[in-house]
Structures are given as structure tokens and as C-alpha cells.
Design a protein around this ligand. Sequence first.
Ligand SMILES: [Zn+2]
Ligand SMILES: [Zn+2]
Ligand SMILES: [Zn+2]
Ligand SMILES: [Zn+2]
Ligand SMILES: [Zn+2]
Ligand SMILES: [Zn+2]
Length: 205
Amino acid sequence: MFSIFDRCFRSSLRNVTCCFGLNSTQNTRTCTSCHNSFPAGSRITEFDGKQYHPDCFACADCRKPITSQFYPFNNEYLCSACHEARFPRKRCGKCGSVITSAGITFAGASYHAACFLCVTCKQPISAQSKISMVDGQPCCVKCYEDKHAKRCSRCQKAIVADVEYLEFEDKYWHKECFTCSKCQKCIAEESFYQDGNLILCKDCI
Ligand SMILES: [Zn+2]
Ligand SMILES: [Zn+2]
Ligand SMILES: [Zn+2]
Ligand SMILES: [Zn+2]
Ligand SMILES: [Zn+2]
Ligand SMILES: [Zn+2]
């Protein structure tokens, strides 16, 4: 049995705006980074109500001025391309496209929540439920019990994942269903004897 959990891949993408320092109000302002003024008519990068020279608001990795989207990074900024290079986004194991919001990690692969479907009934599997694996694909508990699980030789019920069971000559038993054919004592932890279809404890042979 594998458990799945919500894992958020959301990064804090921010936006700067660019404007031109044309009027006198803007001319009296100074760059938040270098504290020098803006020449009239020059480009100004604005973020969070603060103004910067375009060169003063540059990507920490490629040093190019950031003109639109960026990611905050250790008190500096990363352009989208450099952020992607440093932190490659996860791709969905089903549809292959990038996961930008909460996803699901299962057996080493990541999925969009909407792409995380039961291999048998094709319904989305909720991140809270427990799931099983069939041929490397996620399978919901209900389908697993209905279609894929081993059946107990004694009670005929499904042997769901995570429970203890015994296997003997291609037959399966829940641990508590493995009982002596005569005295019905559970002999899962004991030595037993086979007599035709009967399984007997050491006291009943
Ligand atoms: Zn500056
Ligand atoms: Zn960059
Ligand atoms: Zn997907
Ligand atoms: Zn299913
Ligand atoms: Zn059973
Ligand atoms: Zn017995």
C-alpha cells in the first residue's frame, strides 16, 4: 500500500512593471537599490511600490534586467529562465505537462490531481485515500479489492494491501483465517501439516 500526499509546487512568481520617468514627481525619487536618481525619460522598473534602475533590478544569475516576471531568491531575484534552470518544475507522469499547482507524488512520480486516476475505473483518486498499485499504476482501494486483490481461501474476501497474509501452494489466507481444519485454532505462527485439502495443527494430526 502506498500513501499519497498533497505536495505544493507553487512558486511565488512576481511581476514588475516598467514605466518611464517623465514627470517631476518621479524625478525626485531615487533607486531603492543604488539610491541614485533617475534621469528624465529613462526607464524605471517598479515593484512593490519601489523604483529601481533597470540594471539595478537584475537577475541574480544571468544579470539581465528583469522586465516582467521573476522569482524572489535569497533577497535577490531570478528571471523565469534562470529560476527554471535552478529549480526545474515537476512534470506530470501522466500527461507530461508542467505541474504549476498542488500535485500528487506517488511511487517516485508526480501527477496533477486531475491526472491521478485509478487505472481500472479511471476515476480521480483523492490524495487522502489509500491506494494500491497495479502494474506500476495507481489503483483505488475499491477496484483493487473488487478486481485485483488475492482472495482468502477460507473467507473468500479480498486480501487488501497492508494486511498480513499467508501464501501456501498458490493459495492465500488472511493471517487470522489460517486455522486448523479440525480445531479451528489459528496456526499462522505455528508449524502445520497438510492432509489432502485439510490443514492441521500438530495436536490434530
Ligand atoms: Zn539603481
Ligand atoms: Zn536570469
Ligand atoms: Zn497531468
Ligand atoms: Zn478504481
Ligand atoms: Zn480470510
Ligand atoms: Zn487443530
